[in-house]
Design a protein around this ligand. Structure first.
Ligand SMILES: [Ca+2]
Ligand SMILES: [Ca+2]
Ligand SMILES: [Ca+2]
Length: 462
């Protein structure tokens, strides 16, 4: 090896440590306040109908204003195998774990939550339902330090084994590091409201599938509640994507179109159905192009859908189709089936859709119908997946290649936020302190300089 070749080898080596150091130095961007016992799973009540201190004891980490009108259902003779009774939570599928909390008449349930960052904006999400029959509808409001963030509203029973309703609060700005979150039932007269699975988040990032798993069957949503399932079943099956692949950030999933690989998200449709603005982002890498869906949100029995896909000609396409008509269809002229990582982003501000590839706004299209349609325009949506389309008349539309760091936002990303998503990952979209990260060029010089010094020493020794 002559000295010129040695130099280029060192330069190639220098690239690898940069990626490693970058991931170590990436700011988290989410100093998260923590809600304790958020799903009411800590305690096991054995006395019915499940009230707190009059029948059992206080709910761990929560304060209430009543010994009997607040509690947990079901109560048990032997948890989790033998519920002795569940008179309050008498309908609906429990959203998370085995138990929910109930509030009756005009009860309150509060927790002082620590870890807020002053000046930063947050929102609360939770699931709600109501006792059935004459006990419905109840009323419920949610407040932070007395300021209402979910207005007083009726809480009808969902009935049967239906899902509880997913509720997201108005955003609020922290004025202290600690704030009191209070749920209050408002209807009185033996109306029981049911709540479960309370989460707190900075508004913006609704779902983030980082595809960093190295085992299991769950594509974890690290930002929200929309965990996905690998393949067609909860067990190992032929449609599971191959996980633990080298990704753009950490690991990635590899999708085999010949097996119709997918991440199934159908159980989470309700977490997206209300959005009329927002953004979708993700990385893809393909060099084999059957027509392949990146993200599909749809009505299974029709062709109505919101979809991001690679078309047969290697061009990226975004469609919102409702009432059997393409409300929006943006298809690039450029092709992206070159076996390289590309970043795609779609934003929707309520009037029009904007498509970005690798951070650059696409302005020239093969097709450019642009109505401003979004998730909420797909009525009766009941299917969702990554890597596969799944609508009624599609020949499967399976994606072939690698996908990484998919995310859905309920805000229109600013130029700076999109830049953060591309450079630091979707979870860091709000990163403000990115300048603490060493500049890649500086790192490259430092690393190259170190390797060059080592090479020089080796040469000296040799
Ligand atoms: Ca629970
Ligand atoms: Ca599976
Ligand atoms: Ca990843």
């Amino acid at each position: 090896m002559n000295s010129r070749n040695r130099t280029s080898a060192a330069l190639t080596l220098a690239v690898v440590p940069i990626a490693v150091v970058m991931s170590l130095y990436c700011p988290d961007g989410s100093a998260a306040p923590i809600i304790l016992n958020p799903s009411f799973e800590t305690d096991t009540f054995t006395n019915g109908p499940g009230g707190t201190v009059a029948q059992n004891f206080a709910i761990s980490s929560w304060l209430d204003n009543s010994a009997i009108d607040v509690g947990i259902n079901p109560f048990w003779t032997s948890r989790p195998t033998n519920p002795a009774g569940s008179p309050h939570a008498d309908n609906g599928a429990i959203p998370d774990g085995d138990q929910v909390a109930f509030l009756r008449d005009t009860a309150t349930l509060s927790q002082s939550i620590d870890g807020f960052e002053v000046g930063k904006t947050y929102k609360i999400s939770y699931f709600e339902n109501n006792r059935s029959g004459t006990h419905a509808p109840g009323g419920l409001k949610v407040s932070i330090d007395g300021t209402v963030i979910v207005a007083d509203h009726a809480t009808a029973a969902v009935g049967g084994a239906n899902s509880y309703r997913f509720v997201t609060s108005d955003p609020f700005t922290a004025t202290n590091t600690t704030h009191a979150l209070t749920f209050g039932s408002t209807s009185g007269a033996d109306k029981s409201v049911l709540i479960d699975n309370i989460t707190i988040a900075e508004p913006g990032l609704v779902a983030n599938w980082k595809f960093d798993e190295t085992s299991g069957q769950v594509a974890v949503d690290s930002a929200g509640l929309s965990n996905g399932q690998l393949g067609n079943t909860a067990g190992v099956d032929t449609r599971d994507p191959t996980i633990d692949q080298l990704g753009k950030f950490g690991r990635a999933y590899s999708f085999d179109s010949s097996q119709n690989d997918l991440v199934a998200l159908g159980a989470n449709v309700g977490n997206f159905s209300g959005f009329d603005i927002g953004s979708i982002t993700g990385w893809f890498n393909t060099n084999s192009t059957p027509r392949g869906a990146l993200l599909s949100y749809r009505e299974n029995s029709t062709n109505d859908r919101l979809i991001l896909e690679m078309d047969v000609d290697g061009k990226l396409r975004f469609i919102v189709r409702e009432a059997n008509s393409n409300q929006t269809e943006l298809k690039t002229i450029a092709t992206f089936d070159d076996g390289e990582w590309h970043h795609m982003a779609v934003t929707q501000d309520g009037a029009a859709t904007t498509l970005f590839v690798d951070g650059t706004e696409i302005t020239a299209f093969d097709t450019s119908t642009n109505s401003g349609a979004w998730f909420d325009d797909i009525t009766s949506a009941n299917g969702m997946s990554i890597g596969w389309e799944g609508r009624a008349n599609a020949a499967n539309v399976p994606f072939d290649g690698l996908l990484d760091d998919f995310a859905v936002f309920d805000v229109v990303l600013t130029t700076e936020q999109l830049s953060n998503v591309i450079n630091f990952g979707a979870e860091n979209f709000n990163a403000e302190n990115v300048n603490i990260i060493p500049e890649p060029s500086t790192l490259a010089l430092t690393t190259f300089g170190l390797l060059g010094l080592l090479a020089w020493r080796r040469r000296r020794r040799g």
